[in-house]
Design a binder for this molecule. Structure first.
Ligand code: SF4
Length: 96
């Protein structure tokens, strides 16, 4: 994943979904929706400090509910890029 993120001919679009896909080989038209992280990617260093301050714990979906993660979390240790994501569905907006 790290090598892919650094490849000059690849634009890595993480935390995104393909919304529409048309065309044929060599002439694809793809519509991509970039999902909001609610974290400023220019400022996040991936240190994980925010995850230690968050009071909300929920089942860790990356690990199929085994263990917990916080409302703000880094999806998994080797995430590329390593940015935190805020889960707005459980965040209580406590401003920690
Ligand atoms: S504002 Fe939301 S994500 Fe941030 S610490 Fe509070 S509950 Fe967690």
């Amino acid at each position: 994943m790290v090598n892919t993120s650094k490849h000059p001919n690849i634009t890595l679009m993480t935390y995104s979904d393909i919304i529409q896909f048309t065309g044929v080989t060599g002439e694809f038209i793809i519509t991509v929706r970039k999902n909001p992280r609610y974290v400023d990617e220019r400022k996040c260093t991936g240190c994980g400090l925010c995850t230690t301050k968050c009071p909300i714990s929920v089942p860790d979906t990356f690990n199929r509910g085994i263990g917990e993660r916080k409302a703000i979390y880094i999806p998994f240790p080797q995430a590329v890029p390593k940015y935190a994501v805020m889960d707005k569905s459980v965040c209580i907006d406590c401003k920690n």
